[in-house]
Design a protein around this ligand. Structure first.
Ligand SMILES: Nc1ncnc2c1ncn2[C@@H]1O[C@H](COP(=O)(O)OP(=O)(O)OP(=O)(O)O)[C@@H](O)[C@H]1O
Ligand SMILES: [Mg+2]
Length: 512
């Protein structure tokens, strides 16, 4: 890929885009307060910050999606006002948004060229579009046919299509807002190679991620935002993980430890000889057995494709089991619908919260109470007082940063939207809660809060099963760590196990 013709040796390190004293106000929220920020050619500038710190807001301003309340943007030293994303794109600025922005029923090629079709005499040059699509997907090592409908792709592949679209612009400035949240380790490695190629050609990159260690790998300069204020700025060689965390949260944090001082209750969830097959007959879950007691927290660790998501989705009733048995306390769940399972006390926080967990057209409060709405129905009267009370409790519990229950869900930062989904499921007062990657896309502070909330619920008798791809998150609140590989359990550990042993059992050490 050759994005544009410059001599990188001449320009590397030169400031290309600058935000000067930029502020953004939304009603009573000051999302950005007088931020100065610069992006340099041939370098990766990484933006760190907790959920709601203002990262996406700053990037949307730089890419013309929204306009600042005050302050100015300078491109190549000249003040420039982008009135739309299209205008910014024409100036060579491309953005990969945190939330996927694809049309699910359209194919990969049309998503990539949506609004920028390649014209030739007589219409759109679909063949040329398909050729470029194939080229981009090959560069990203994801050989997907350009005509594949996006909705049939798994989340990680959709994210790669989003990346391909941003690359297709041949931008001089490429902004990546959480581009790897759904990618596997191998896919991340490919993306990082692409980033290195681009910077060596002089492209300026802004990178945002909550995977701090991963982001450090490609960072040239780091900027930390906290509550809309830039709190630190440094070159890669001057910083480490502790530096980032210290400036992000301002104080010490940890992800907690397994709650203790109580005895587990009866079996809450029993999975017996469970097998789940894909349409093509592959065993996604292979004769797996697992029991979880009331009050117990189990972490399911494994690589992409280990079968964790399939296991949870089958327990929740979203996928059909081929054989085996699932019991909630003593009740056999086979044949029951998702909502029947929820009524019995089973809650699932899915992996793709954007699509499955939230109703974008409803407010924060409505989303929080959606799943537990039957609790408020007394006779035929909806008890709004009780609902309001529960909503403000939930908002407090999951410490969602919002103007209030009436705020639109779209006004929340990405991580805060995810906290709403978790709050919503806890509000159903389940006996068993299954969480698929609950920490995906949420910052360290929010992670600690979510884990604290789960630990507290467990000590009151909730059985908790959560999956994670970050080994550090296994060694937090879990009493037991169950490692999955290829649809089977490859090891079970207690909380005293080392990171290395967990990774070895997942097969990770071999992949790396
Ligand atoms: N359209 C909007 N209307 C009202 N408030 C908004 C809007 N967009 C963002 N905000 C608020 O601005 C603040 C900054 O949000 P932003 O999305 O920039 O955070 P972020 O750093 O990207 O967080 P995350 O890591 O969770 O993605 C938050 O308090 C958010 O609720
Ligand atoms: Mg964001």
């Amino acid at each position: 890929m050759k994005p544009f013709n410059v001599n990188p040796a001449l320009l590397k390190g030169e400031v290309i885009l600058q935000a000067r004293n930029v502020s953004k106000v939304y009603g009573s929220t000051h999302a950005l307060k007088g931020v100065n920020f610069e992006i340099r050619r041939g370098e990766v500038t990484t933006l760190f910050g907790e959920n709601g710190a203002g990262k996406s807001t700053l990037m949307k301003i730089l890419s013309g999606v929204i306009t600042p309340t005050s302050g100015e943007i300078l491109l190549n030293g000249e003040e420039s006002v982008f009135r739309s994303a299209t205008e910014a794109r024409d100036c060579g600025i491309s953005i990969i948004h945190q939330e996927l922005n694809l049309a699910p029923n359209m194919n990969v090629r049309d998503n990539i060229f949506m609004g920028r079709e390649i014209r030739r005499a007589g219409g759109v040059d679909y063949a040329e579009e398909a050729r470029i699509t194939r080229h981009l997907m090959a560069a990203l090592e994801e050989e997907i046919d350009p005509l594949t409908p996006v909705e049939t792709l798994r989340l990680g592949q959709q994210q790669i299509v989003e990346i391909a679209r941003a690359l297709s612009v041949n931008a001089q400035i490429l902004i990546m807002d959480e581009p790897t949240s759904a990618l596997s380790a191998a896919e991340v490695a490919v993306l990082f190679q692409v980033i290195r190629d681009l910077t060596s050609q002089g492209v300026a990159i802004v990178y945002i991620s909550h995977h701090l260690e991963e982001a450090l790998e490609i960072t040239d300069r780091a900027v930390v935002l906290r509550d809309g204020v830039m709190t630190a700025y440094a070159k890669r060689e001057e910083i480490d993980l502790q530096w980032i965390v210290r400036h992000m949260v301002g104080n010490h944090f940890d992800l907690g430890s397994p709650p203790q001082g109580y005895a587990f209750g009866a079996r809450a969830l029993t999975v017996k000889d469970l097998t789940v097959q894909s349409k093509t007959g592959i065993r996604l879950v292979d004769n797996l057995s697992l029991a979880v007691q009331a009050g117990e927290i189990v972490c399911l660790y494994g690589l992409m494709g280990a079968g964790r998501t399939e296991l949870l989705e089958t327990i929740a009733g979203r996928l059909r089991q081929s054989s085996g048995q699932i019991l909630l306390q003593d009740t056999d769940l086979s044949g029951l619908t998702i909502s029947q399972r929820i009524k019995l006390g089973l809650a699932l926080v899915p992996e793709d919260r954007q699509r499955d967990g939230l109703v974008q057209t409803l407010s924060v409060g409505e989303n929080l109470s959606l799943a537990s709405i039957s609790e408020f129905v007394r006779g035929l009267v909806l008890s709004t007082r009780r609902e309001k009370q529960l909503i403000s409790e939930s908002i407090r519990n999951v410490t969602v940063k919002t103007a209030g229950g009436d705020a639109a869900i779209g006004s929340l930062s990405g991580g805060n939207q995810q906290k709403v989904v978790i709050g919503k499921m806890l509000a159903t007062r389940p006996k068993v809660i299954l969480l698929d990657e609950p920490s995906r896309g949420i910052d360290i502070g929010a992670k600690a809060e979510v884990f604290r909330l789960l630990a507290e619920s467990a000590s009151r008798g909730l059985a908790v099963v959560y999956t994670t791809s970050e080994v550090g998150e296994c060694l937090s609140i879990a009493h037991r760590i169950v490692v999955m590989s290829k649809g089977r359990i490859s090891a079970i550990f207690d909380a005293s196990v080392s990171k290395e042993r967990i990774m070895a059992a997942s097969g990770e050490s071999m992949v790396a």
